[in-house]
Design a binder for this molecule. Structure first.
Ligand code: PCA
Length: 198
């Protein structure tokens, strides 16, 4: 199976994004599944363009997008992407949509097509706790998840797609009080387990 894994550059004043660090550490293949990675800008328009370009070029069977969700305690599988762009802070290009649709003619939402319940069970057997999240927010991560699922529906019928949010890395939490974090290598291991399982 051909899997595309995306990560994001740093944003919101951070110098590092765990999702980018994870994709840098992934190998080219796991248990017969090949892995391509692409780094996306934290820009509504730029991320959509880069993601669509990567999908058209590589025609993956699965797209797993990763992003940082500072404040969350564990790795979370997003259940749903909604048709809303509403940014609390400007993106890295300075663009800040408010109450905007992602796609005028698109549905209100798309559900993840990753087997999230099976993945959680598999990871639990390996003693890793993950959770389902019922909101990917209304910022660039939600936008990317919606974009991949719309493209799957419109053009690449069999392609599965979904989004996984990861917590801060240890290094990012200095000066952030009790902010939860995970070790980067543990996060890499979880993503590797997921890629192997698919
Ligand atoms: N997290 C942001 C965008 C980039 C990232 O890593 C989000 O949750 O929308």
């Amino acid at each position: 199976m051909k899997i595309l894994v995306t990560g994001f550059e740093a944003f919101n004043g951070e110098t590092i994004n765990p999702s980018e660090e994870i994709i840098k550490r992934l190998k080219k293949s796991y248990a017969g599944n090949t892995v391509d990675t692409v780094k996306l800008p934290v820009e509504f328009k730029g991320a959509k363009e880069r993601l669509e370009e990567a999908i058209h070029m590589r025609k993956p069977e699965v797209v797993i997008s990763l992003g940082e969700a500072g404040g969350r305690e564990c790795i979370t599988f997003e259940r749903v992407a909604i048709n809303v762009n509403d940014a609390r802070i400007p993106d890295n290009s300075g663009y800040q949509p408010v109450d905007a649709s992602i796609c005028e003619e698109g549905p209100a939402a798309y559900f993840s097509t990753l087997p999230i319940r099976e993945l959680m069970k598999h990871l639990e057997d390996k003693r890793t706790v993950t959770r389902i999240s019922n909101t990917a927010g209304t910022y660039v991560c939600n936008h990317v998840m919606y974009t991949a699922l719309r493209l799957a529906e419109q053009e690449y019928k069999g392609m599965k797609a979904g989004f996984i949010h990861v917590p801060y890395m240890k290094e990012q939490t200095e000066g952030k009080g009790q902010a939860p974090s995970m070790e980067l290598e543990d996060m890499v291991k979880v993503i590797e387990d997921i890629v192997e399982f698919l």
